[in-house]
Design a protein around this ligand. Sequence first.
Ligand code: UDP
Length: 358
Amino acid sequence: PRVVTVVGNRPQFVKAAAVSRLLRERVDEVLVHTGQHYDAELSDVFFDELDLPAPDHYLGAGGGSNLEQLARMLPSLEALVADLAPDLLLVYGDTNSTLAGALAARAGGIALAHVEAGMRSFDRAMPEETNRVLTDHVSDLLFCSTETAVENLAREGLRLGVHLVGDVMADLLLASADRAESCSRALEERSLEPQRYLLVTAHRAGNVDDEHRLRALVELLESLPLPAVVPLHPRTRTRLARLGLAERLAQNPHLRIEPPLGYLDFIRLLRNARAVLTDSGGVQKEAYLLGTPCLTLRERTEWVETVAAGWNTLVGLDRDRALAALQRRPPATRPELYGGGRAAERIREIICAYTGAP
Ligand code: UDP
């Protein structure tokens, strides 16, 4: 059987890296890169470092607004689906590439599988939430990372084809954490001591596209009580530069403003940080798995288990809430969440059974 996998941005490369290798042992997987993220530091580095197979097709659909991207991806995907006639199309997460893949599968009459189905922030202002909801409702196989995701789907009437498999980012993280510790020089290169610095990432549209929110983020960064490493997403970098704030941050001796990092360097910095401040979905759960307290720079999260376990605190962009959260000690225990590193294996078995792979 043939499976077409559609990926396009950083977290999807990470997720596909966990699944592709296993899937390829049993099916003919064709990897399509939409080009949503095209910079070397958000794309190429992950293919190199994570042994993700090189894309078989590259659509070059990056840049522009969400709808412009979607509009560029759709005809190319439609043609590819017609040409390749796969038995299944596989998408990940909640981006434009996810939704484009889902629509192309539906239009071509191809079965659709969605990894990270059922995640909900219940914040319809997030473009990601629209992508998740729409994709889930046209999927045939819905692979859930958590029990909460299964419950979210059931509440929307989705029960058929729903599988609780665990989380594929957890697979990759658990498999890579020791390698990161031994291979990465990220601490030494920056003369950082474990537990004596913070890590910060921010790139959600809701935080960086609005001037007031972005200014609040800058003020929060300036008030942090420890030195911080800040690998800046290009989206955030552009917005900061436009408001003349990039230089102000760069001149702050407590902040290391850097380009995005490779996966192993990032994971090592995350594991050894006193805490991470982030608006990323993936980083919240990676922090949990590594035992690093997380402050989420949003008012809601899809990864509610990390909050319930006491390892993640929602602080928005509020300086006082962030500083208070940084004072708290993390809980003594960390229950196992996210499937213990075997999600990709479960996904492969279900896809093989579904497509009749030997
Ligand atoms: N990541 C990375 N380098 C960085 C920042 C993040 O390798 O400088 C990794 C991180 O470990 C996680 C993924 O990128 O696996 C998360 O991507 P992102 O925050 O862009 O996406 P989200 O999870 O918010 O959709």
